[in-house]
Ligand binder design. Structure first.
Ligand SMILES: NC(=O)c1ccc[n+]([C@@H]2O[C@H](COP(=O)([O-])OP(=O)(O)OC[C@H]3O[C@@H](n4cnc5c(N)ncnc54)[C@H](OP(=O)(O)O)[C@@H]3O)[C@@H](O)[C@H]2O)c1
Length: 337
């Protein structure tokens, strides 16, 4: 079957998406980025993945977040992206900001995991092949490696930029002390860290409480938050039971045992506040993170264009009253995942 030719919406930058500067840099990112951790691998319908990716770009989402191990099926989310890139996105490459990462278990043996130069260099080459890209806009160390000297990991990232395989460097989920070291090391080599990536949502506020967010902001680095919807918990997804097609049913990173009565009761209370604000719960959860100082973009996941369309409306209403914030804090503090 011959596939129809994709032409991006002429209104892609007029659909309400707003852009924020990433730290002290020339890069503007959309308030919402699309993440391909789940739902874009070999177990998901390719047509649906293609539809979501196109819908995202048509609505001002220029930023796409990948990693070598995203799928499920390691490497298969990158393959999906490569397929869509080749068929639809290639003419728009210069309008896109595409990320990949290495740091987690990817291939067998001692060189397919953690933070060695050997692993990072091999991994980015593989990721470029799978995505059919000539370069990534940003390449991240996906996690802190307590065994490899930080200088080795960081120098590999610097060299990746110098070799033209990525334009910028990012760091994900490093602890504060290692992050401070990284900012200094990278700054001294004229390849400052563009983005720090970590989880931030109504339930998980560790980057706020540990001083990481503040340090990132003060260092002139951008912050991009992942799992802003707590993998779907902070949406209407589980308010009436556990749907068969939901992430919890897959029992991987979110388990049905975590969706207990107390959790649902508190999520319902948050849903009521959202309704009073004229938002869905997903929209309120996203607005809440976007209201934080120092946040550049949020990486949302989704399993349909309808979900993404719903999430996109969050950018319209980012003001909260002091009373709303207090009530949200009280309720969210009772939710444990
Ligand atoms: N650096 C890291 O270590 C790291 C770790 C995790 C994630 N990430 C990045 O962050 C991205 C996002 O993570 P995430 O997928 O956990 O994000 P999330 O946005 O918190 O959760 C996405 C899930 O929420 C549900 N959902 C989304 N929009 C909805 C809506 N409007 N209404 C109802 N339900 C909705 C869907 O669940 P169903 O699938 O059940 O429909 C969707 O799969 C990843 O793809 C990845 O790029 C990075």
């Amino acid at each position: 079957m011959i596939e129809e030719i994709y032409k991006a919406s002429e209104h892609r930058y007029e659909n309400g998406m707003q852009f924020r500067r990433s730290g002290r840099s020339g890069i503007l990112l959309p308030e919402l980025s699309l993440g391909m951790w789940q739902n874009f691998g070999e177990t998901s319908p390719l047509d649906r993945s293609k539809e979501i990716l196109r819908f995202a770009f048509d609505h001002g989402i220029t930023s796409f977040d990948l990693a070598n191990n995203y799928g499920p099926g390691y490497g298969t989310a990158e393959e999906t992206f490569g397929y869509v890139f080749e068929k639809s996105f290639r003419p728009y490459r210069d309008e896109m900001f595409i990320a990949s990462k290495a740091g987690y278990d990817m291939w067998p043996g001692p060189y397919g995991n953690w933070g060695s130069r050997k692993y990072l260099m091999a991994s980015i080459n593989q990721s470029l092949k799978r995505t059919k890209l000539d370069y990534f806009d940003i390449f991240y160390s996906h996690r802190y490696d307590p065994e490899t000297p930080l200088e080795e990991t960081l120098q590999a990232l610097v060299d990746i930029v110098r070799m033209g395989k990525a334009l910028y460097i990012g760091i994900s989920r490093w602890p504060l002390d290692a992050l401070k070291f990284a900012f200094e090391y990278l700054g001294e080599r004229d390849t400052p860290c563009l983005l720090f990536q970590d989880r931030l949502n109504l339930i998980d506020r560790h980057v706020e409480n540990s001083g990481i967010l503040e340090c990132v902001k003060n260092s002139g680095c951008g912050f991009i938050g992942f799992s802003p919807l707590a993998q779907g918990v902070l949406t209407n997804r589980y308010l009436k039971g556990i749907p068969n097609d939901s992430r919890a049913v897959q029992q991987r990173f979110l388990k049905t045992s975590q969706i207990n009565e107390t959790l649902v009761e508190n999520v319902r209370k948050l849903n009521e506040i959202a309704a009073q604000r004229g938002q869905t719960l997903a929209q309120m959860a996203l607005s809440w993170v976007l209201a934080h100082q120092g946040v550049t973009s949020l990486i949302v996941g989704c399993s349909s264009t309808a979900q993404l369309n719903d999430s996109l409306q969050a950018v319209k209403s980012k003001d909260f009253t002091a009373e709303e914030l207090r009530d949200i804090d009280d309720i969210a503090s009772n939710i444990k995942l």
